[in-house]
Design a protein around this ligand. Structure first.
Ligand code: ADP
Ligand code: TRP
Length: 333
């Protein structure tokens, strides 16, 4: 039986932090083993905020490098740039006829952008969900690994697909479903003691895959903690729990148990905990960081990988576009 198809895209926003890695990239590495996988950089999407050309180019490169360094394998998936697949904008044009103004205006991300960039409410922002939907259906995908913030876009994609299939009385496009490995979405905590790791909270609260060991150590040593417990077996304050949660990602069970015990008997020294976490984090990220450096100076390899990925994506996209045009009645004589 043919494998199911999965598609996911990432906006080129620069360096990836630990949250991006455990929350997204790790899933792609697993998915490429199970699905016919298409992973791409959504560079057209990022134009809605008018990035400067040099930043856009270097951000695209950074994401590609970091995906590869994290184990995304171009032999097991198609890794490509959205802008290398001209069939996407063509199908996007067609699907704009299946998206209604009211629903686009009601989208949560659109409303948020209207608030955050009132001077640049361009039509690309409004039709962002259409382009995203087309990214997915251009490969007739079944599964889309997306976080909570993207669920509404996926629902809209299903609506567009249903309208197309209904209007033309076909069952051509599958309705794509959200995909999670676990029921509980992982949330990697921020170093400032509250909320999840996010670049919007500032450089110092994020551990980046590309950070040098000294930088990782400094950030971790400055992480927020709390008072040492005075009662045995008290609940852990959030900031402390966050450090234990980070430890769970990179430290051995024995190490975690040692610090857990010392917390429970009130002898814990947070400085020691952070030193240990820093060393384990540095070691965990070392191979990824090395790979990032290697790839950074190998544009030829990147160009080959993206060339192959683009070709795979175009082949799949061209078939879909051809079928869609025929269904619509755009045929040659
Ligand atoms: P940021 O909040 O830093 O701007 P993005 O919104 O660019 O991060 O995140 C891209 C993807 O990375 C998200 O869709 C989500 O899957 C994942 N991600 C980001 N931050 C975290 C986190 N702290 N924990 C788990 N996953 C995360
Ligand atoms: N909108 C997604 C985000 O902001 C990125 C994206 C674009 C995407 N096209 C996609 C994600 C297709 C999954 C599938 O994170």
């Amino acid at each position: 039986m043919a494998k199911e198809i999965t598609v996911s895209g990432v906006r080129p926003t620069g360096k990836q932090h630990l949250g991006n890695y455990f929350g997204a990239v790790v899933n792609f590495v697993k998915m490429q083993e199970m699905y016919d996988s298409y992973f791409f950089v959504a560079d057209y999407h990022s134009l809605t905020t008018h990035p400067n050309p040099a930043d856009l180019h270097s951000n695209v490169k950074q994401i590609v490098i970091e995906y590869l360094a994290s184990g995304v394998d171009p032999n097991k998936c198609a890794l490509y740039l959205q802008s290398d697949v001209p069939q996407i904008p063509e199908l996007y044009l067609i699907f704009n006829m299946f998206a209604y103004l009211g629903e686009l205006e009601r989208s949560a991300t659109f409303k948020e952008k209207v608030r955050s960039q009132p001077d640049n409410v361009n039509a690309g922002l409004l039709t962002y969900p259409v382009l995203m939907g087309v990214d997915i259906i251009i490969h007739k995908a079944h599964k889309v690994p997306v976080g909570k913030d993207q669920q509404q876009h996926l629902e809209m994609t299903r609506d567009f697909v249903k309208r197309f299939n209904n209007l033309y009385k076909v069952e051509y496009f599958p309705e794509p479903q959200a995909f999670n490995f676990d029921d509980t979405l992982v949330s990697i905590p921020s170093l400032d003691g509250e909320g999840k790791m996010s670049k919007s909270k500032g450089e110092q609260t994020c551990l980046y895959l590309a950070d040098e060991p000294e930088v990782l150590r400094k950030k971790i040593m400055r992480a927020t903690t709390a008072d040492t417990p005075t009662e045995p077996n008290s609940p852990k304050p959030t900031a402390v729990q966050n450090l234990f949660d980070l430890m769970k990602l990179v430290s051995t069970p024995e190490t975690i148990k040692t610090f857990d015990d010392s917390f429970n008997n009130c002898t814990i020294r947070y400085g020691d905990l952070k030193k240990q976490l820093a060393e384990d984090m540095v070691n965990y990220l070392a191979p990824i960081r090395e790979k990032i450096k290697e790839l950074n100076s190998n544009d030829k390899l990147l160009s080959e990988i993206l060339g192959d990925g683009g070709a795979k994506a175009r082949a799949s996209a061209a078939q879909t576009l051809k079928d869609a045009r025929e269904i619509i009645g755009i045929k040659s004589f």
